[in-house]
Design a protein around this ligand. Structure first.
Ligand SMILES: NC(=O)c1ccc[n+]([C@@H]2O[C@H](COP(=O)([O-])OP(=O)(O)OC[C@H]3O[C@@H](n4cnc5c(N)ncnc54)[C@H](OP(=O)(O)O)[C@@H]3O)[C@@H](O)[C@H]2O)c1
Length: 287
């Protein structure tokens, strides 16, 4: 029903649904990642601050070893993120090495994102140069950003030594936070939008419209939300640590919401942020 992949401006492709592992405890991160891979997920979204990069990579490595004739590294898309405290050329270089060390069982990292724009021009710029070098080394296939607002993207796109445009901007986006202007800017610039917290962290499952749509389509409320995300052309990142939810979430692409129902969900927009909102973080001249 929906394309299984998006093409990135790097030429690589990314599976449209990824398994999020924020707040997935270290103790179960390997198991749920492995369950995800067995269920059919081919894309896992981690970060240095999630503290579960090693477990996710171990799961991928184990899955690859299980049946080398069918389980191929090139079919997997593994993402991690460099946190704000590691902004700046030298610190980001070191942080990339740390993530690569944790990923040594899977040879390379598919995508590294700057987790947020929360530093300053010089440090953001230095980080981007380090990320560009990581791509040149071949150990990182794609680079991008997360939680960047339009102003941060414009700043990045104007770097005099920009060699690689971000492939991705990963932002919180769902019917209660549609961010239409930011998403449109990304799409115009050829930057794929990744929707995080697509399930609104479970905070809107009792919404009447959502419940009525779940009934109408005979789907779960989670499936309606994931489907909305896909209908917008986003890569979407539902998280679960519950094995029984893995498959239904992944199968959310098996139907299509009508244009009217998508519009009705769009109308829920109330700039509802579930976590943090670095897209509004000030540029140097705004501080
Ligand atoms: N770049 C960033 O700053 C940033 C920020 C936030 C998130 N992210 C990424 O986006 C991913 C997803 O976002 P998120 O973790 O904030 O929230 P989310 O995916 O919107 O929601 C996760 C919550 O929904 C529950 N859930 C999952 N499937 C369900 C289902 N079928 N029925 C009922 N409940 C269900 C989960 O419970 P159980 O786990 O208990 O099943 C969990 O409580 C993260 O894991 C991370 O990879 C990135």
């Amino acid at each position: 029903m929906f394309p299984k992949f998006h093409k990135l401006n790097s030429g690589h492709k990314i599976p449209s649904i990824g398994l999020g592992v924020y707040l997935t405890p270290v103790s179960i991160a390997k198991e749920i990642s492995l369950d995800g891979l067995e269920t059919g997920y081919r894309h896992i979204d981690s970060a240095q601050v999630y503290k579960n990069e090693s477990e996710v990579c171990d799961a991928i490595a184990e899955w690859l070893k299980k049946d080398p004739s069918t389980n191929k590294r090139e079919d997997i898309f593994y993402t991690t993120k460099i946190f704000d405290s590691d902004h700046g050329y030298e610190l980001t270089k070191k942080a990339i090495e740390v993530s690569l060390e944790r990923a040594k069982g899977i040879d390379y990292i598919d995508l590294i994102l700057m987790h947020s724009p929360r530093s300053d021009y010089e440090r953001r710029h230095g980080s981007w140069l380090a990320l560009q070098e990581a791509v040149a080394s071949g150990k990182v296939k794609n680079i991008g950003v997360s939680n960047y607002g339009i102003k941060h993207l414009k700043e990045l796109l104007a770097y005099p030594d920009l060699k690689i445009k971000p492939a991705i901007n990963q932002i919180e986006i769902h019917p209660w936070l549609t961010r239409t202007e930011l998403a449109a800017f990304c799409q115009t610039e050829g930057i794929v939008v990744e929707a995080y917290s697509p399930l609104v962290r479970g905070q809107k499952f009792d919404d009447e419209l959502l419940l009525s749509l779940a009934k109408k389509y005979s789907k779960t409320t989670a499936q309606i939300l994931i489907n909305w995300s896909l209908s917008k052309g986003y890569v979407t990142l539902p998280k679960t640590v519950t094995k029984s939810r893995l498959l239904p979430n992944l199968e959310s692409d098996q139907f299509k919401l009508s244009p009217e129902d998508i519009k009705a969900l769009d109308a829920k927009d109330e700039y509802f942020v579930t976590g943090w909102d670095p897209t509004v973080y000030p540029l140097d001249n705004e501080k």
